[in-house]
Design a protein. Sequence first.
Lengths: 192, 251
Amino acid sequence: MIAIVKYNAGNVKSVQNAITRLGYESIITDDPEELMNADKVIFPGVGEASTAMQYLKERNLDQLIPQLKNPVLGICLGMQLLCAHSEEGDTNCLGIFDNKVKRFPATDIVPQMGWNNFTALNSPIFNGLKVEDDVYFVHSFYADINENTIAQSEYILPFSAALQKDNFYATQFHPEKSASVGNTILKNFLEL
Amino acid sequence: MLKKRIIPCLDIQDGRTVKGVNFLDIRDAGDPIELAQRYVKEGADELVFLDITATVEKRKTLVELVTKIAKEINIPFTVGGGISSVDDVAALVQAGADKVSINSAAVKNPDLISAIAKRFGSQCLVVAIDTKFEDNDWWVYTHGGRNKTDLKTVAWAQEIERLGGGEILLTSMNSDGTKDGFSLDITKKVSEAISLPVIASGGAGSEKHFKEVFEQTKATGGLAASIFHFNEIPIPVLKDYLSRNNISVRK
């Protein structure tokens, strides 16, 4: 069973639809038992960082998520919340990754919205992909690059397209909206 | 590198795709989900579904359709047409729409922009502007181009950005249906006046028109309907052409 963390994020349903298309059963839940016992946990996210952290705190999910031992995939805001700190609302996040989340400098259109490619495909979740494959991004904030970076992309400046540390995986882009490339990534994660 | 987006638009009436009014008449052009799946396969970057049913009792049909689309389609899609409240948006987002598009309701009640952005995030909100050049300026029109307002297009786009809109879908009424190309002048003005993504719409009739709009304006997306429905320009052919002309597109 795949557990999708239930919270006030816009893309929870899209993530579940994508998993269903791949032939996996899933539940949307904030129940600690269900999250801890799931084969995989997906932590989606669309929205604003401080509001999302507040929501997690009210349900003690800020304590639970860092303790998960099963493979966890954070998506978009889900990835940023797994980092140490976000400039969005000056928010202390969950701190799995010691990356800092910053706002893109306003030297080009912000948010980055659309399809972009990424390099340094240094993870099993990217098996079968090519460097020129594009994935769908929508974000105004980005995680900086450090030793947790497993894929790097560039918009205005180089940033982390994906992170990994231990059992925690995370993508800034939306695999659930990234056509066949996204399917491959989700499938790789679900088969870990 | 961020790619320019090619966006087919599907007009929906009573749950079916209809062809544009510039053709002989409004005629059934098939199942929107089948058409949408074809576009995904061909490499469309996003889809826009525009409900022209416009009657309240049929709105439920749209939510059901959006639920089905969300189950089948794995690229981002926007739903528009007759949205006038935060509750309308909530129903569509819960059904699985990635973004909603508002037009007349935003002009009538600009606070709706902030209210939607606050609840769902700016990335969820496309504000559509129908614009027409007359009396030496570009004016904003509402209600499917029937009503002229006293808003000037560039100023309205800036106001949308200030209020928290996430993206502008700019349709030139002067070009729409002509197949003579996008209105480069207003697309350039709007896309340079704001720092939101702008989707150019209205007038695309050839591959060259997309090249022009991407080269001469800061638009990051190009939208068209009938040329894609009837395969006058297959999306792979268009993307090939743009790529050969050094415009970065997803393959």
